[in-house]
Design a protein around this ligand. Sequence first.
Ligand code: PRP
Ligand code: MN
Ligand code: MG
Length: 192
Amino acid sequence: QNDMNNDIERVLYSEKDIAEAAARIGQALANDYAGRTPILLSVLKGAVLWTVDVMRHMQYAEVEFIDVSSYHGGVASSGEIDLITDLKADIVGRDIIILEDIVDTGRSLKFMLDLLKERGAASVKVASLLDKKEGRVVEATVDYVGFDVPNAFVVGYGLDYKELYRNLPYVGILKREVYAPEHKDILANDLG
Ligand code: PRP
Ligand code: MN
Ligand code: MG
C-alpha cells in the first residue's frame, strides 16, 4: 500500500544498469574534456540524481543548475517551455555539458541550446540518461546517451509523475491505472 514499487508495471533500467551508464558517460566526458574545465548544467528537477552520479566520474568541472519546465506535472509535454530559474554563472566562452534525465520532444533541450549559444557559450554538448527518439518533435541531438528508451511513460531516478517517483533508484514504466484509472480495464492489452 505504502510502497511506490507497486505502482511500477516493469523495471526498464535497474540501479545497476544506471550506475554503469553513469560511469561510462562520466569517464567518456572526463576523457573528452581533459585539460578543460566544463560547466555541468543540470536541468532541474529531473536530472539531479543523474548529475551527482555522472560528476563523480569526472575531473575538473563546475556545476550549475537551470530549471525549465514543459510537462507541468502531467504525462504529456505542454509544448511551451518556461524558464523557471536561470543559471547563475557567466557562460561566455565556456564549455557547457547539459545533463538531462530524458530528452523526449526535444523542446526543453532546444530551448536551452538556443539560450546558451545566444549567450556566447564556446561549446554545448548534451548527456542524457534516456533518449526517447520516437518522441522527437523538434530537432535536438543527444551527444552522450545512457539508454534509448521506448515510447512509454517512465518514472524513477529523477523522472516524476506529479512530482512523485523521482526517488526510485531505477527507471520503470508507470502502471496505466496510476495515471488513467478510467482505463484500468484495458491495461493488460495496452502495455503489451
Ligand atoms: C522533463 C524532463 C526533461 C524534459 C524532456 O522535465 O526532465 O527535462 O521534460 O521533455 P521534452 O524533450 O519533451 O522537452 P519536466 O519539464 O517534466 O520538469 P522536471 O524535470 O522538473 O520534472
Ligand atoms: Mn526535466
Ligand atoms: Mg517532470
